[in-house]
Design a binder for this molecule. Structure first.
Ligand SMILES: [Mg+2]
Length: 367
């Protein structure tokens, strides 16, 4: 069985991929979100030509071949595009074997606990606390992540005093058993990160994400070594050498690869295994309700070093209008603080045919 056809269905934020073999087996995947129109061009120029006409089933070898052929282009865009191929191939494997991907990976479908992940910094501490409490009441979510500092904020807060205020306000308002996580998105110097880290510890926060610029691992290590709280990170990292260094040197206590930034599930499994061998948990990054969260559900439910919760964006259509109507049925329905992976084959989702029809179509085919 060979890869015969690679189709893309693209809007500016999302691009889906359909892979078809010469025997008419098929699967659907997705490239990483944002600038997906650019990513789709890269897909047809730098991914498709290397795999059309090739046997489909050795994902690792196929993807290594792409990266060898594109070795002058190490970095994000090629991997964002490759994620579309990889996730489509996994879907096809699931459809052929009539199994959900979680089962292909040795796990079982079923329920998975989520943490509600806020993407907002322009929200007041009290409004954030109120929103968490509402979601706790209505959906039973027992863990939440909020934002401190400013994104790559050069040590400045979103507005003066916000970080301290939100840390105290959330702790004062939410139920004592609620798990509290924070994300600083590469904001702080080590000394400021440690100062806030001590306040986080006092306020029962258990997860401190990206305290320092992620490209400065020695700064992050200083924070990790100084604090008891779990320091976490890795969402942007997609180079296996960087991952090896992070894991070997214990830069963070919990790793957070993003399946789509990584180039797909295959390479994410590799990183999770490297961490598992060192006893480091993996709580992947999944910041929107497109296929990335679906893929992360299957991944997290299968790996032995899974962190306690799935990252699950709590932002709605006001914040991410492009997330609307991607799938038929709702793969993201939350009950008692959990989502459910069904036993449908592959990723177990049906991409909305109307969305596909209204997207920009491109195809690369075996000659
Ligand atoms: Mg983050």
């Amino acid at each position: 069985m060979k890869i015969k056809k690679l189709e893309t269905f693209t809007k500016s934020f999302v691009s889906f991929v359909k892979v078809t073999t010469n025997t008419d087996e098929f699967g659907y995947g997705q490239m990483s979100t944002y600038h997906s129109d650019i990513t789709a061009q890269i897909f047809h120029k730098q991914i498709a030509p290397w795999v059309l006409g090739k046997p489909w089933d050795d994902f690792e070898d196929l993807e290594s071949f792409i990266l060898e052929k594109e070795h002058k282009f190490p970095g994000s865009y090629v991997l964002r595009a490759m994620a579309g191929l990889d996730t489509a191939l996994w879907d096809m494997k699931g459809r052929i074997e009539k199994k959900p991907i979680v089962s292909l990976l040795g796990g079982d479908p079923g329920r998975l606990k989520i943490y509600g992940s806020s993407m907002k910094r322009d929200i007041t501490p009290q409004a954030e606390a109120d929103r968490f409490m509402r979601l706790q009441d209505s959906l039973g979510i027992k863990a939440f992540k909020y934002r401190i500092g400013a994104e790559c904020g050069r040590n400045e807060d979103e507005w003066p005093g916000r970080s301290e205020e939100i840390i105290r306000t959330i702790n004062k308002n939410v139920d004592v058993n609620t798990r509290k996580l924070v994300d600083a998105n590469s904001c702080f110097t080590p000394s400021r990160a440690i100062e806030l880290g001590l306040l986080l510890e006092e306020n029962g926060v258990t997860h401190y994400e990206e305290p320092c610029p992620y490209w400065e691992p020695n700064q992050t290590l200083e924070v990790t070594n100084a604090l008891k709280i779990d320091v976490t990170g890795g969402e942007q990292d997609c180079d296996l050498r960087v991952w090896k260094d992070m894991i070997d040197r214990g830069i963070v206590n919990i790793i957070q690869p993003d399946i789509m930034y990584m180039g797909g599930l295959t390479r994410s499994l590799k990183v999770a295994k490297m961490a598992a061998d060192e006893g480091i948990p993996c709580t992947p990054h999944a910041a929107n309700l497109s296929l990335v969260t679906v893929c992360t559900m299957h991944f997290l439910k299968a790996i032995p070093n899974a962190g306690k919760y799935l990252e699950f964006s709590i932002e709605g259509d006001d914040y991410y209008p492009w997330q609307q109507n991607l799938f038929l049925d709702d793969p993201f329905s939350v009950k008692e603080g959990s989502v459910t992976i069904t036993d449908m084959p592959g990723w177990g989702v049906i991409i909305n045919p109307e969305w596909l029809e209204n997207s920009e179509y491109a195809v690369s085919e075996m000659q």
